[in-house]
Design a protein around this ligand. Structure first.
Ligand SMILES: Cc1cc2nc3c(=O)[nH]c(=O)nc-3n(C[C@H](O)[C@H](O)[C@H](O)COP(=O)(O)OP(=O)(O)OC[C@H]3O[C@@H](n4cnc5c(N)ncnc54)[C@H](O)[C@@H]3O)c2cc1C
Ligand SMILES: NC(=O)c1ccc[n+]([C@@H]2O[C@H](COP(=O)([O-])OP(=O)(O)OC[C@H]3O[C@@H](n4cnc5c(N)ncnc54)[C@H](OP(=O)(O)O)[C@@H]3O)[C@@H](O)[C@H]2O)c1
Ligand SMILES: Cc1cc2nc3c(=O)[nH]c(=O)nc-3n(C[C@H](O)[C@H](O)[C@H](O)COP(=O)(O)O)c2cc1C
Length: 762
């Protein structure tokens, strides 16, 4: 949890009467006490939710959760005062963990500017006071762009704001509990595969209504599965119309204003030029100005030595890799159940395509200095000065689907009227966009190439689009790390972090844009890991960007420049990849007597390899201390694992028997081979939930009478839901009740007690 505490704010909340309180404790003592509490709060272990740590503007300020004493005037540094003094029309708050909600907050603010010429403050709720929502004049609005996590919980940076607003005794700066004067706009970001879809935006909306605030437009909701942009586009028309009416704004009063200035400053790199380094420390290390040692975290990822091997490779279409990151000699630690964030670079093909489409191929090594023109709206999202090539290789996300709005914006730069018409159609007609862009999974530069009739299989075959770099920076998200469930235990492997990654490759449906043919799409991060594995295995690391073509592989397999900025990621035979660890709450019970039920088909088995290793390491030391019978009273570890075929994709098949032996039979593995010879009586596939159902006579008593912990990991779209239903059904049957009351309700109770935990993705 990235919580901070505003000691200064607490000081100002002490009434300055000049009298000592009746208790005899004077104001200074109170302040000191609060400071001590603040320090304790700061030092408390964080991370109560299963989500990625927020990397948003950390350390730029502090939040103030406590209501201030009533005062007539705004503190001139407060956001409400700035709204007034800087003549801003809106304050845009974002609750964001991995940046999407922040991107949408910026998108909203930029649209407000270009439509109506109004300026906004984009704010991280963690950095400001929000008890003064009652001070926002009726001529302005507050916008909330909120992502949901876990069981519909807020992101770290919105936690305090949500807690404050949902408090039934909420009190605002003037002492009241109403927000009758407040105009608000609300857009939620979520994913329909999670049970509590967009819960945060829904809860906040209901609460603001209850407090008397006045919503502008409807509540918007973006679903990652359907495409968050779709929800935004469908929502925004009515919202903008009501926004203009409520704030008495005139459409067309705005202009298309740049967010950044970009200055080319030559080709001579020096120690201040970022060539893909992710932090100032990384730049200092790669230019020999700092030792490799440092404090490594999300802001300064560690370029970790890595080794890798193939777990399976089937028909050149399905691959799974095992990687081990060496964290010895660093401040990095981890626990079984945590996640690792891996920072890949973009594939050569995507980098080349972008440089060609923008006409920058010959200027790839030109250094540019990028500055934010309105820092209250948009900060430069990457370190610079940097070269064109490094910006496209390391700092911008090139593999996300081309959004409708991006295409609509880029139409004005089309090199031909025909290309312009194509982009305008994609931008304005959702059905055409769905059919021609979404279904074909076109990335932005591919879309531009296709619109000018070029051949997307050749990244250099491109008509030049004269799009200024500042527009590209405004339109494309910052390159994000990819998260993986750690598949080792630090008790067994204290100096290495293991990852089990399936390589994402899929075929799109046939599309008009590709001559009515399907095409292969490659996941950016997982193919980077595959490339790491291949280079370590077959490659010449000295030239770690060489193209490797394996027998049977589709011809467009992406290649990557693995050598990193200034070749800092290759030294001799050692290859390095930037990583950081994110804490999670996905944890084994500390008490080894407690049984655990682990359900993880496919790569969902990753954290359970860590859990099993954890108990094996504990078993070894227990046996040393207590002798051979040390595990007699240990609880069972049930592992439900599924894959397609026993002899094809059974992950860590050779390791499990050894672990089971060391656990004296406490590890009970149930395997479902969905495409093996065995079938259910009706001929359908056997999945993990079928095995769970068959084992219910052992599992239900373990859950209800022996305090068993249940874990699900892997696919959120269908597996996790079906397994949950199966668990609910067997609990309901055992209790002789209904699926809802004795089934799902019981699971909810278990979740509340942290005895039912999920680590799922889609
Ligand atoms: C908490 C967490 C833990 C994870 N743990 C693991 C793990 O242990 N092992 C593991 O292998 N992965 C894990 N993942 C997934 C991993 O983070 C990446 O998402 C995955 O490797 C794909 O990344 P990529 O960069 O290769 O794909 P990207 O280039 O980011 O492409 C992914 C995009 O492709 C879309 N997509 C995927 N398949 C299709 C399809 N058939 N048709 C159309 N669109 C499609 C997805 O919806 C997504 O938008 C985890 C994810 C999370 C959030
Ligand atoms: N978003 C992403 O970028 C991304 C990346 C990687 C993985 N994933 C998701 O993560 C999941 C795990 O991937 P993986 O490759 O490791 O696994 P996988 O090999 O695709 O699946 C593992 C096993 O689960 C089975 N299965 C399929 N549907 C199921 C269901 N509804 N209930 C229970 N079991 C089911 C599969 O059977 P059959 O295949 O025979 O039906 C297979 O035997 C996949 O579902 C995938 O969607 C997403
Ligand atoms: C671990 C995890 C848990 C999530 N839980 C939920 C959830 O409970 N409800 C929901 O609607 N979306 C959920 N999501 C989807 C996120 O809200 C969605 O990805 C959103 O776009 C993230 O925004 P951000 O990048 O600003 O953090 C979850 C995503 C992850 C990775």
């Amino acid at each position: 949890m990235s919580a901070s505490f505003n000691a200064k704010e607490q000081q100002t909340s002490v009434p300055d009467t000049g009298d000592a309180p009746a208790s005899g404790i004077n104001a200074n003592t109170v302040v000191l006490g609060l400071l001590v509490l603040a320090v304790i709060y700061f030092l408390m272990p964080g991370g109560k939710k299963n989500k990625v740590p927020s990397g948003l503007n950390a350390g730029q300020g502090q939040r103030g959760a406590a209501p201030k004493a009533a005062a007539e005037d705004d503190d001139e540094d407060s956001w409400t005062a700035k709204l007034k003094s800087q003549d801003k029309k809106a304050a845009v708050f974002f609750g964001s963990q991995t940046g999407t909600a922040q991107e949408y907050a910026l998108k909203w603010a930029k649209e407000a500017r270009s439509k109506f010429g109004v300026s906004s403050l984009v704010l991280d709720p963690e950095q400001v006071e929000f008890n003064n929502l009652d001070r926002v004049p009726n001529s302005k609005a507050v916008v909330f762009v909120m992502a949901s996590y876990g069981e519909g919980e807020p992101t770290d940076n919105a936690e305090a704001m949500m807690e404050f607003l949902l408090d039934e005794d909420v009190q605002f700066s003037h002492g009241g509990s109403r927000l009758d004067n407040l105009n608000y706009v609300i857009f939620g970001l979520g994913n329909t595969t999670y049970a509590k879809y967009n819960e945060v935006a829904r809860k906040l909306d209901a609460r603001l209504e209850e407090l008397g605030a006045n919503r502008i437009g409807g509540r918007g909701e973006g679903d990652e599965i359907a495409g968050s942009e779709k929800g935004y586009m469908e929502w925004k028309e009515r919202m903008w119309s009501e926004f203009a009416d409520r704030l008495e704004l005139e459409a067309g009063a705005g202009a298309d204003i740049a967010d950044f200035s970009v200055t080319e400053i030559g080709r001579e790199t020096d120690n201040n030029t970022y060539l893909g380094e992710l932090s100032e420390h990384a730049l200092k290390v790669s230019t020999g100005r700092a030792p490799a040692r440092g404090i490594f975290d999300a802001k300064n990822p560690y370029p970790s030595p890595v080794i890798a091997r193939e777990l399976f490779a089937l028909d050149g279409e399905r691959n799974c890799v095992h990687l081990e990151f060496d964290i010895s000699g660093t401040n990095i630690s981890y626990s079984a159940g945590d996640h690792i964030a891996i920072w890949p670079s973009n594939p050569d093909m995507a980098v080349e395509r972008f440089l060609s489409v923008l006409g920058l191929a010959d200027k790839r090594d030109v250094i540019v200095d990028v500055k934010a023109l309105d820092p209250t709206l948009a900060a430069v999202p990457f370190p610079n000065p940097s070269t064109y090539e490094a910006i496209f290789r390391n700092y911008l996300e090139l593999s996300a689907l081309a959004s409708r709005q991006t295409l609509a914006t880029l139409a004005q730069f089309a090199p031909t009227p025909q290309a312009r018409a194509i982009l305008e159609r994609w931008g304005s007609d959702p059905e055409v966009y769905d059919r021609e862009v979404d279904k074909a999974r076109l990335r932005p530069a591919e879309a531009l190439q296709l619109a000018t009739g070029n051949d997307p299989s050749n990244p250099k075959d491109a008509a030049v689009w004269p799009i200024p770099l500042d527009r590209i920076i405004s339109l494309l998200p910052r390159q994000k790390p990819r998260y993986y469930s750690i598949s080792s235990s630090s008790k067994m492997y204290p100096t290495t972090v293991h990852v089990t990654a399936v390589v994402l490759k899929y075929q799109t449906p046939e599309s008009k844009m590709h001559g009515d043919q399907p095409r292969w799409v490659y996941g950016m991060g997982s193919n980077f890991l595959q490339s790491v594995q291949e280079n370590l295995r077959y490659g010449d690391l000295a030239g770690a960007n060489t193209t490797i073509r394996l027998e049977g592989m589709p011809t467009q397999t992406p290649t990557y420049r693995l050598k990193g900025p200034r070749d800092a990621h290759v030294q001799g035979n050692v290859l390095r990849v930037p990583i950081h660890i994110r804490r999670s709450t996905f944890r084994l019970p500390a008490n080894t007597k407690v049984p655990v039920i682990m359900i993880g088909p496919g790569t969902g088995v990753a954290p359970f390899r860590g859990f099993v290793q954890e108990r094996v390491a504990m078993a070894r030391s227990a046996k040393q201390r207590k002798g051979d019978a040390a595990l007699a009273d240990w609880g069972d570890m049930f592992l439900f694992y599924g894959c397609r075929r026993e002899d094809e994709d059974f992950l860590y098949r050779d390791e499990w028997p050894q672990y089971a032996a060391e656990l004296d039979g406490k590890l009970k593995i149930h395997t479902a081979f969905s495409r093996g010879p065995e079938r259910k009586p009706d001929g359908s596939k056997i999945y993990v939930q079928d095995l769970i159902w068959n084992a219910r006579d052992a599992l239900v008593p373990a859950i209800l009478h022996h305090g068993a912990f249940i874990y699900i990991c892997g696919d959120a779209k269908s597996m996790a839901k079906e397994v949950e239903r199966c668990l609910a059904q067997m609990l309901a049957d055992y209790r002789g009740g209904t699926l809802e009351a004795e089934g799902y309700e019981e699971l909810k109770n278990l979740k509340d007690k942290k005895r039912f935990q999920t680590d799922v993705w889609s």
